[in-house]
Design a binder for this molecule. Structure first.
Ligand code: AMP
Ligand code: MG
Length: 420
């Protein structure tokens, strides 16, 4: 099949003309499922938190004015009316000259405006001696001081963290409105690919891509479903892709896009519907055979079979689209400046992504060291790499000692570097 390679920028442009990635519908889910989901509506506080004035220490609730002038030598003595329980609004009304025992978190009885810490008191029978004065509101957390009723607490498009979940719980929410996660069908192609766990006869290899890609889909907020391994047979592939199109928002296949006789994926993509294949090959390395189709308004990304190539293309092309569809903000790229440890070559005219790991030399300088150059079939290339260096189309190489920007797969904790 005739291939016209386009640059990565052109491929992105062609895709964006055909498909506008945006957050999908809104669904209501239970709070316990909401972690790492994206909020679809602003949330206003329906109540004050705390809902009532609360004691912040163990001690005695008082009229602050009663304690003025108290000191170690001349304590003020107040009449003890009883004790407030932590889970009920006290019925006692505190008049001047009286006090009640109170514990941390318990409601302040009406009349009282401060709490004296237990440490500065001595109780004898029905009398409490106070050895230190308190000012009004001392040791009292006022109603609404944490969250004010009506306040917008969490805004739309927020990726919900464990702290946000705590805010919802404090406000009594059991359900949360979030964007639906984009459903991503993942399938592998090739007669030689076998499901992990099955026996491996000579000539076969285990399916890596379905697992790496599904995990990467989850990382950016998509919901993967594995449609299994399909041999390079037109009819079978067509049937599975039709099924995937019926239930998923995006489809990702791997393998079968090169120029071998068994590479039938592009042909099948063109049989499924209009417009079919819109990009057949990108001038990058690795990942040149990457093929992109749109069928029934749904994108199909057909990535190369090599695990490193397919995951890299996922990272640079597919991931930003899933992030948008999941309603997640585009994260700034994680980058670090480093020095090239070796000369790195460009693949003739193609934007080249060189997988690197990072090491520090004796002087503490950060070096980017290419990992297993050229072996895009090796899974270890991926697991050893911490990121990649991009050699643009207009350059031929990067020299050892040149400054480079390393695009990290994930943020690098500083200790990981110094521990090496
Ligand atoms: P292809 O793009 O189908 O020619 O595949 C390129 C190479 O990647 C071949 O060596 C395949 O065996 C290998 N490969 C394809 N799909 C997978 C997969 N899902 N997991 C691991 N290796 C794969
Ligand atoms: Mg294949």
């Amino acid at each position: 099949m005739f291939r016209k390679l386009v640059s990565l920028d052109e491929a992105i442009h062609i895709f964006e003309q055909q498909f506008h990635a945006k957050p999908g519908e809104v669904e209501q889910i239970s709070l316990s499922q909401a972690h790492q989901r994206v909020l679809a509506k602003d949330v206003k506080a329906p109540l004050n938190v705390p809902p009532f004035n609360r004691a912040t220490v163990d001690g005695y609730a008082v009229h602050a004015a009663d304690t003025f002038g108290a000191d170690e030598k001349q304590p003020v003595t107040l009449k003890l009316l009883g004790c407030v329980t932590i889970d009920e609004m006290p019925e006692i009304i505190l008049n001047e000259g009286t006090t009640v025992g109170i514990v941390t978190g318990a409601p302040i009885p009406s009349g009282a405006d401060a709490v004296v810490m237990m440490e500065y008191t001595i109780q004898k029978n029905k009398l409490v001696s106070i050895y230190r004065p308190v000012s009004q509101r001392e040791n009292v957390m006022e109603a609404g001081s944490d969250i004010r009723k009506g306040e917008t607490m969490i805004r739309r498009d927020q990726l919900l963290s464990s702290r946000d979940i705590g805010v919802f719980a404090a406000l009594g929410f059991t359900k949360v409105d979030v964007y639906k996660r984009p459903r991503v069908a993942v399938l592998s192609t090739g007669a030689e690919i076998v499901e992990p766990g099955k026996s491996l006869v000579l000539g076969k290899i285990y399916d890596i891509n379905a697992y790496t890609i599904s995990a990467a889909v989850q990382e950016c907020g998509g919901q993967p479903s594995n449609f299994g391994i399909v041999p390079d047979e037109i009819d079978e592939l067509r049937a599975v892709l039709k099924k995937a199109l019926a239930s998923a928002d995006i489809i990702i296949t791997s393998g079968g896009v090169s120029v071998g006789p068994k590479d039938v994926v592009p042909k099948v993509l063109n049989m499924l519907g209009k417009p079919g294949v819109i990009v057949s090959g990108i001038a990058i390395k690795p990942g040149k055979p990457t093929t992109i189709a749109i069928v029934n308004k749904k994108p199909i990304f057909s990535l190369p079979g090599h695990p490193t190539s397919s995951l890299l293309i996922f990272h640079v092309f597919v991931r930003p689209i899933i992030l948008k569809m999941a309603g997640r903000q585009q994260e700034p790229p994680f980058i670090v400046k480093a020095t090239a440890a070796e000369k790195m070559f460009q693949a003739k005219g193609r934007r080249t992504f060189v997988m690197v790991d990072l090491i520090q030399d004796e002087s503490g300088k950060l070096l980017a060291r290419p990992v297993a150059l050229g072996l895009s079939g090796a899974i270890t290339t991926l697991s050893k790499a911490e990121g990649f260096v991009i050699i643009p189309e207009r350059w031929q190489f990067i020299n050892a000692g040149d400054d480079v920007t390393v695009h990290l797969f994930k943020p690098l904790p500083e200790f990981a570097l110094s521990a090496k």
